[in-house]
Design a protein around this ligand. Structure first.
Ligand SMILES: C[S@@+](CC[C@H](N)C(=O)[O-])C[C@H]1O[C@@H](n2cnc3c(N)ncnc32)[C@H](O)[C@@H]1O
Length: 234
């Protein structure tokens, strides 16, 4: 998969892209992540990318020209075209289902806003999807893009040592994951549930399935409401 990230702060990605799963996926050629600073496409000598809002008000708005020109230049280098996703608090919520949908694409372009956001003409005429990481406002799209990249890259075949681990975790079947334990079997008097030491795979499978529903009921009952949840647990 190829992911182009358009940002005014490519340096912010240095740490997150250079550790653990994303690092290994990049090194293994599972994903190629290309950071592009759209300030480089600003034509004036000060490389201006923002201006004050028409109609007045606080803050600055990202100008359309550098964003359009950057996207057009990046798209010209993409062998297969993918959607342009703008990270925005106004967008559809990032979910595991959306991460899976994006991970199935061969190519994705991700746009990070800053200041008061983008000129609306970019949203109306260039952006394919607006995606939010939650109902709160960040200072810029970069932290949100890092969340999206992480959620997508770990789903790519070959990104994790064991691809099965993304099939059994929270949200993969609409539920939260069952509790996990490791050695020691007893710690400060707290014992690991006996069933996990039984070696009986079928009993363990059933216990995990029940605990998964229990965790969801306790922590995210909203996930158990609706047709999808009913279909999964009947
Ligand atoms: C300060 S915010 C702009 C907020 C905008 N003025 C508003 O009220 O909707 C600057 C940039 O951060 C990013 N951003 C902020 N909150 C976000 C969120 N919850 N999810 C995704 N991106 C977000 C967007 O790219 C946005 O253009």
């Amino acid at each position: 998969m190829r992911i182009d990230v358009l940002t005014l702060f490519p340096e912010m990605f240095a740490g997150p892209l250079e550790y653990s799963i994303i690092k290994r996926a990049r090194e293994a050629g599972v994903v190629a992540i290309n950071l592009v600073n759209f300030r480089d496409w600003a034509r004036d000598k000060h490389h201006t990318v923002d201006d004050s809002p028409f109609g007045g008000g606080p803050g600055m708005v990202l100008k359309p020209e550098p964003v359009f020109e950057t996207v057009e230049a990046v798209r010209a280098t993409q062998e297969v075209k993918g959607p342009l996703v703008y990270l925005s608090p106004k967008g559809e919520r990032l979910t595991q289902a959306l991460a899976r949908e994006l991970a199935a694409l061969p190519c994705l372009t991700v746009l990070c806003g800053r200041y008061e956001g983008l000129d609306q003409r970019v949203v109306d005429h260039l952006v394919d999807r607006e995606v939010s990481v939650g109902d709160y406002v960040l200072s810029g799209g970069e932290p949100a893009a890092i969340v999206l990249l992480d959620a997508v890259v770990r789903l790519l075949p070959g990104a994790l040592g064991d691809d099965q681990s993304t099939e059994e975790e929270s949200f993969s079947d609409g539920l939260l994951e069952y509790p996990q334990y490791t050695r020691p079997a007893e710690f400060r008097g707290w014992k690991v549930p006996e069933v996990l030491l039984s070696g009986n795979h079928e009993v363990i499978r059933r216990w995990r399935s029940e605990m998964s529903v229990e965790e969801t009921r306790k922590k995210r009952p909203d996930l158990l409401i609706g047709p999808k949840a009913e279909a999964t647990h009947e």
